[in-house]
Write a new protein. Sequence first.
Length: 448
Amino acid sequence: MRPVTTLLGRAVSAAGAILVVLALSFTLILCGAALFQDGPVAFVFVLIFGSIPIALGVGMAHLGTRGYWSRSIDVRGLWRMPGAAGVAIALVSLPLIFLLPDVSILIAFVALCLYPILDVPRILARPSWWRGAIVSALVWLAVFAGLGAAVESVRHPGDDSMIFLVPFMMYPLVLGISGLVRLEGRVRGRPSASSVRMAAILGVAACALLVGVPITMSIIPVVLEKITGYSPPNTVYSENGDVLTAAPGQVSVRLTGGDTKSFRLGPETKFDFRGPGSPLVKGPAAGPAWLTAGQRVGLEYVIRHREAQAQYVTIWIERKGCKDDANWAAAVSRTGPAPPPGTPGLAGTTWDGEIGSPDAPGGPARTTFEFLAGNGLAWRSRGGTTYTDGGWRQDGALVLVEVNDCYAEYEGRKEGDEIKGEFSNIEGAHDIWTAHRNQDSVSVTTPR
């Protein structure tokens, strides 16, 4: 029973020591973030709560092995332990992240790339590779999460955070290499010191390939383009901007980023319309005639003879909306802001509308309209979301309803609790429209 009890005690002590290391690492990281971001009060608050798992780990280690913490500590040996490099990296990089927020992403990236190179090879110097790997991996996760949180607290990285995938892939790669080196060393009887050096060399080489190959592959096409004056095959660039000037075979565009760039137009250049107003375009087909000053365009181009040659140009057409809708403008000019005196008003009533014939396949499309005061309108399709981007006008018995800035209009004549008329939209759709007042709502008659 004694060996079993001893092994159990050692396991409890090891678990307690690991908890102390992890809790101490997290507490230091969070205390630094709290001190720099929220002040001393937050620092003390985090320190108090962080001391709870640290104290728990200390107690577990002492419970498993009496006098565990009274043993002499070899500082040099402590530095060689797995995970020690992670603690040192965190202590150095965290203050730099908070002091230099503009380059915090670069600082965290370099620190995380250094961890597998500095920490993983030393696992091979330990008696048990598995225990060393577990400690190193746990510290790695703590450092990765801590540095990521620190960067997030000083600036929102957005898509730039994808750069952290590189060190995230580097660590398991180097860890796997160290395991293979350990296995090969056991088979051949190689000394542990030699295995540490070999794992370090192979790890550095693998990380260099992991980082260097993508960078090289991205640089080579740029260099070739600079030398030859031609973009690589199957490479198409894209830009958006506003036309400054246009001439036969040439257009100058102010790009979204503020730069100005000229593009050559050739017989192979294709044109098309894009944007919410493109279905309503009336006039010449998409082509160079649309390239007037101020016109918004999108371009896909290649480099030929050191010149940007447009392959595809899209003409952006905005939808003009109610301000240029003749039908709506006429209704506004006739009715003003309110129904004529003595007219049963629609404000405060709800109507259930149907588009199309009841005998149509699938039945009519149903929409509910709530006529709000001040000519506002709330509407929703059957079972859908309620929107408030509509409006209405009433001229006696004549009613005009618009939704989504005159994308669709409902025009009809009110006869008691029924409105009969026509539905239309900017894409040219037309159909019959009928609406019935919901009996739970009441029309308000405007006094004379």
